[in-house]
Design a protein around this ligand. Structure first.
Ligand code: GDP
Ligand code: MN
Length: 377
């Protein structure tokens, strides 16, 4: 899943005909001053971070003129909001808010459909409203085959007590969701201005990464989102997920790797990652996998757990030996080879006699050893 920044979400809203205030993005206080001048002086300065609650955290502020916009941008840039550092701010033309509404549409996996959620009491207190007065928040299931038609949108708006002009916005929001392959679209607040216009003042869009192959324009998102190690692994075609422990794990086959994580946890250590090198487990893949894991500063030991099947253990051991020549091993490696040709595989590693490599014959024994080494390191 990939969350978009507010300014990206509003870009989409605009494309689909949902009205948004005029706005521009910058990463510098000077830039903020210039943008404020272009937008007419008075602006709302908004932190661009992929988390909600910016308003409450001081990341959304009104500035009266370009000089104030510069000062406010200087305050907000670099700010930490729930662990996200603010790198850019968006400056938007302020609007006279008459009422704030909440609307969203989200995938309900368990039910195999979407749910439209709407409330006439949107704004920063929506979570509070949802818990203290759930009746003020309408939840209407949406059949994906039908979608949000005008009739459905009318049903949603009426259930939530939203004005009729929001019906069109609800239909367009559904178009954003389906055409962009999103699993969530949310506007909070959607506002009615003093002049009766309906505007989206904030936006959240979560894209389904499984649809990335047909959503070419989001390709560049890869570089800036997620863990750098995951990005490096993805670039090498590895099936890698960063976790928060100290024992690096490499295995062949997703099921084996999953159970390896459990066994490591059972030994009182925490796995540092999931890495499935698949059935082939060539020297190149082993070297790539090792280099990603060794680059993780949290890793104190590495556990290679291979069950030889179609690719026999001696081939895997050859791969490990070649990887040891290609990658400078800096942390202890515990290898457990079992299955097809395990004895020959172990002999190959014994011959290589690398000082940081040790072998274990059972998965439990290897996990215990790797956990000990992680604690010691
Ligand atoms: P969030 O706290 O991360 O959800 O950030 P929002 O973009 O929703 O902004 C928080 C609050 O700031 C909104 O609920 C509005 O009340 C207020 N706000 C945001 N933009 C404007 C604006 O252009 N004009 C005015 N008057 N208020 C705004
Ligand atoms: Mn908001």
């Amino acid at each position: 899943m990939t969350d978009l920044y507010e300014h990206q979400a509003r870009g989409l809203f605009q494309e689909y005909g949902i009205l948004v205030p005029r706005a521009e993005v910058t990463d510098s206080p000077k830039g903020a001053r210039e943008i404020a001048r272009r937008l007419g002086g008075r602006v709302v300065v908004k932190a661009q971070v992929k988390t909600g609650g910016r308003g409450k955290a001081g990341g959304v502020k009104l500035a009266a003129d370009p000089a104030a916009a510069e000062l406010t941008a200087r305050q907000i840039l670099g700010m930490d909001i729930k662990g996200h550092t603010v790198r850019t701010v968006m400056l938007a033309q302020p609007v006279d808010i008459e009422s704030e509404f909440y609307i969203s549409c989200v995938l309900d996996r368990a039910a195999g459909r979407f749910i439209a959620i709407a409330s006439a009491e949107g704004g920063m207190e929506i979570e509070e409203v949802a818990t203290s007065r759930p009746e003020a928040v309408a939840r209407i299931p949406v059949d994906p085959a039908q979608g949000v038609t005008s009739a459905k949108a009318t049903e949603i708006a009426e259930a939530a007590g939203l004005p009729p002009q929001t019906v069109d916005v609800l239909v367009r929001l559904w178009q954003v969701l389906t055409r962009e392959d999103a699993v969530l679209v949310e506007v909070n607040p959607l506002v009615r201005t003093a002049r009766g216009q309906i505007l989206a003042l904030d936006g959240k869009v979560t894209l389904d990464d499984n649809a990335r192959f047909r959503q070419a324009r989001w390709g560049e998102q890869d570089a800036e989102h997620g863990d750098p190690l995951e990005a490096a692994a993805a670039a090498k075609g590895l099936n890698y997920v960063k976790l928060d422990g100290a024992v690096g794990v490499i295995g062949n086959g997703a099921g084996l790797v999953m159970s390896t994580l459990d066994v490591v946890a059972g030994c009182g250590a925490r796995p540092a990652n999931f890495l499935d090198i698949g059935g082939g487990a060539s020297a190149q893949i082993m070297a790539d996998g090792l280099s990603v894991i060794l680059a993780d500063p949290d890793v104190k030991s590495v556990f290679v757990n291979v069950f030889g099947g179609i690719t026999a253990c001696d081939a895997v051991a050859d791969g490990i030996v070649q990887a040891l020549d290609a990658v400078q091993l800096t942390k202890p490696l515990v290898v457990r080879l079992d299955g097809n040709n395990a004895v020959r595989g172990r002999a190959i590693l014994d011959d290589r006699a690398h000082p940081l490599v040790q072998q274990a014959t059972t998965m439990d024994g290897a996990a215990r050893r790797a956990a000990q080494l992680a604690h010691a390191g």
